[in-house]
Design a protein around this ligand. Structure first.
Ligand code: PEP
Length: 255
């Protein structure tokens, strides 16, 4: 049985007071029947709070939603990989669709961020996904493969680097539309094949998460799909009760 990864991306929600209250509720309530790993990606201002709240757990940890690729310097508003790690992040999201499509982040920048994270042994989760017009034009495979290859292109020793992939079709993020389990599975299978091409059998061990309007009702069905190793959840992870229902939910032993 796989150990699924359930990741919460709060986006720009929950300041420090709300984060503390969320974590109190979540840590108190989170007692799943089967093993899993939970990652919470709060806004950077909450990182130390989430990290402190999870310090006694081996199955829950904090991540950061974004980093800059430079080590330090005149980059107002940015956070380096080493700083994020120092504040308690144990993973970083790279290339989330909102970073790419709201802030114009490029594949080249994603590659530099993956490299920066790997340099300080901060595991990263590279997000890939097609826009609706790309899907309608039959370009899904070429788009996500390009994002995967380019995003990982600068990281040396990929075979010994800790990372995950999240497949998040842009048209499914925050829209209430979800890829079917079969559609998600098909893209994950292609991503898996490409990872195996890059790093051999280690490619079988890289968790590939699905994201896009996941909620407590559709989570188990998506998680049961072949090659879906976990879920990256935005809107439905902002409230502690909603996130608890997803993270705590029963997951098939067939995974
Ligand atoms: C996300 O932010 O990664 C995401 C998948 O958002 P949502 O669950 O709201 O679609």
């Amino acid at each position: 049985m796989k150990r699924p990864v359930l990741a919460a991306n709060w986006k720009m929600n929950n300041g420090p007071t709300a984060a503390k209250s969320f974590m109190d509720t979540f840590i108190e309530g989170f007692r799943p029947k089967t093993e899993r790993t939970v990652i919470i990606f709060p806004p950077a201002v909450d990182l130390t709070i989430v990290a402190a709240a999870t310090s006694a757990r081996t199955d829950v940890f904090a991540g950061i939603q974004n980093i800059h690729w430079a080590e330090k310097g005149a980059f107002t508003g940015e956070t380096s990989a080493a700083m994020a790690k120092d504040a308690g992040a144990r993973m970083v999201l790279v290339g989330h669709s909102e970073r790419r499509h709201v802030f114009g982040e490029t594949d080249a920048q994603c590659a530099k961020k993956c490299l920066a994270a790997a340099r300080v042994q901060l595991p990263f989760m590279l997000c890939v996904g097609e826009k609706i017009e790309q899907r309608e034009a039959g370009e899904t495979e070429s788009v996500v493969m390009h994002q995967l290859r380019e995003g990982l292109s600068l990281t040396p020793n990929l075979i010994s680097t800790e990372f995950m992939i999240a497949y998040e079709p842009v048209w499914a993020i925050g829209t209430g539309l979800t890829a079917s389990a079969a559609d998600a599975s098909a893209i994950h299978t292609l991503l898996r094949r490409e990872l195996r091409q890059m790093i051999g059998t280690r490619g079988n061990e890289i968790p590939i998460l699905y994201g896009g309007s996941v909620n407590a009702s559709n989570a188990a069905g998506l998680l049961a799909a072949p090659e879906v190793d976990g879920l990256l959840v935005g809107g439905a992870s902002v409230d502690a009760a909603s996130w608890l229902a997803i993270a705590q939910g029963d997951i098939s032993d067939e995974l």
